[in-house]
Design a protein around this ligand. Structure first.
Ligand SMILES: *[C@@H]1O[C@H](CO)[C@@H](O)[C@H](O)[C@H]1NC(C)=O
Ligand SMILES: CC(=O)N[C@H]1CO[C@H](CO)[C@@H](O)[C@@H]1O
Length: 328
């Protein structure tokens, strides 16, 4: 009964379900006909990089097959997807899709992404961002390369390397992140994932691959109050998935107050490889996780915390100045 009360509380605290089916006043609109633009990139590119005004883009229902790069802008940018339920990714009807991988000729991993976000102070709501390449090579959905980036009710879909959280402070709330191999990764970002679903596809191995390479690097990934499970319709063997492995030797990741399904191995965390374990200086933490994947003898290089990490520890005490706290 105690756990039911907590779950009800969590949903009550989350953002109320409302529709967003028309463009907020002043938004640049995108749709297949009758809008300002038919491509998301055209809407983004219409914004002057030197303008310090806030801009917003509203995207109507549809599948947009393009690679979108948001350059460094001087003002805040908010991108909204049409939805009947702003509170969750589950009613998303706007899909940004791109099919690219290292194997198919992209210049480097980060340029495989459907959305490359290089700007500070960006909020994205209710869009599915997908790299449709599938299994076989690195293929990113989102390359997030700056600070004060918030993703709310966003679905991120890929197989290997879905989310590249590379630099700055970032929040992902009410989101869905799907992949199989190292699919939340990057080197210097501090990220807070909250009230989200992390779904592992068939063949999955490690969820996070943090690349913090020195004790002075600020990178820290915290996944709070989220559900880790097999992707819907996929068969993922019990105990076959790890919360993370260290891409670099100072990797720093915490899962707290999460529900871990039986797909998570009892050791919790993995070495990078048998020849290069990278585990001597890692910070791999857990606190208050539940579910059958939360039990067992954890890896000796991981830690159980005695208290939760706070969002201000990760994103700074001024996080409310840019995070949409209605999603927390
Ligand atoms: C993190 O999870 C806990 C436990 O469910 C919750 O009480 C808290 O509000 C969450 N979010 C933040 C921002 O700490
Ligand atoms: C994909 C992309 O454009 N990545 C760039 C991100 O920003 C860093 C630092 O400015 C560049 O080095 C990358 O090329």
């Amino acid at each position: 009964m105690r756990s039911i009360a907590i779950i009800v509380g969590a949903f009550a605290a989350a953002v109320a379900a409302t529709a967003r089916t028309s463009a907020p006043s002043g938004s640049i609109t995108v749709c297949s006909s009758g809008c300002d633009y038919t491509k998301i990139q055209s809407a983004v590119s219409s914004i002057s990089t030197s303008s310090t005004s806030a801009h917003s883009i509203f995207i109507y229902s549809g599948t947009y097959t393009e690679q979108v790069t948001i350059p460094a802008l001087s003002g805040k940018l908010t991108i909204y997807g049409y939805t009947s339920n702003t509170a969750s990714y589950s009613s998303n009807v706007v899909n940004l899709e791109w099919d690219s991988s290292l194997a198919s000729g992209a210049a480097d991993d980060e340029h495989t992404a459907a959305l490359i976000n290089l700007s500070q102070n960006v909020a994205v709501y209710n869009i599915n961002i997908k790299n449709t390449y599938g299994k076989g090579s690195q293929a990113i959905a989102l390359s997030a390369y700056n600070t004060e980036q918030g993703y709310y009710g966003v679905g991120l879909y890929g197989y290997q390397d879905t989310l590249l959280a590379e630099t700055g402070n970032q929040v992902y709330a009410g989101c869905y992140v799907e992949g199989a191999v190292d699919f939340i990764f990057g080197q210097h970002a501090r990220i807070w994932i909250d009230k989200s679903v992390i779904a592992v596809s068939a063949g999955g191995g490690c969820i996070t691959a943090n690349g913090r390479s020195s004790s002075s690097d600020v990178s820290y990934y915290v996944i709070n109050d989220s559900t880790i499970q097999a992707a819907s319709g996929d068969t993922v063997a019990s105990g076959s998935v790890y919360l993370g492995r260290p891409w670099s030797e100072y990797a720093r990741v915490c899962f707290q107050s999460c529900s871990l399904s039986s797909i998570i191995n009892s050791a919790g965390w993995s070495v990078w490889s048998s020849s290069t374990p990278n585990t001597e200086d890692v910070t791999f933490q857990e606190y208050d996780n539940s579910g059958s994947g939360a039990s067992g003898t954890r890896a000796s290089f991981s830690t159980q915390l005695s208290a939760a990490i706070s969002i201000s520890t990760i994103l700074g005490s001024d996080y409310t100045s840019w995070v949409d706290t209605s999603y927390l």
